[in-house]
Design a protein around this ligand. Sequence first.
Ligand SMILES: [Zn+2]
Length: 179
Amino acid sequence: MKCPYCECDDSRVIDSRDVNDGVRRRRQCLDCDARFTTYERMMPASLFVVKKDRRREGFSRDKLLSGIRKACEKRPLPVGTVERLADDIENELYQAGRAEIASSIIGDMVIERLRKLDNIAYIRFASVYRDFTDITDMKQEIDTLVGSSDEAGKAAGQLSLLPDERPKALAGWHRSRRK
Ligand SMILES: [Zn+2]
C-alpha cells in the first residue's frame, strides 16, 4: 500500500477494525509519518450508476477521477489531493453497499468536498454537474467569490477565475438573466 503523500511503499498499521463487511485500517507511513486510512472489503459484484436519463452504467473510478482532475486543473493543490478525494468517495460508495446509485448523488459528493477544498475547482465542477435551474444561485456564489478573492488572488499570483469555462458559463448566466 503506497503512501498517498510521498508514495513510499512501507506503512505500518496503527489501528484495525471491522466495519460493515470489511476491515478499516489506519496506517502510518514509515517515511513521512503521514497517516491514512485503507478499507479492505469484498468488491460487490457491481455498482451501477443511474444517469439522469435513467440509463445505467458501471461505476468507473477513472471517470470519477478525470471529472475531479479536470475541475482541479492548474489549481494549487497538494499532490495526491485528487486521488484522495476519489478514494474517499469510492470508499463511501462501496461502504453504502448498494447495487446502484444516482449519478447526481456522486456529483453532490464531489461538489461537497471540492467546496471545502478549492473555490475555483468547486465552481468548475458544479457548473458542469448542476442543472441550469441552479445557475442563479451559482452566479451569486461566483460573484461572492470573485468579490472576495479577485484582488487577493491577483496579489498572490493565482490564476484568473475560470479562464477556460468562462464563455460556456456566461452563456448560461445570460440565459437565466433574460427570463
Ligand atoms: Zn509517506
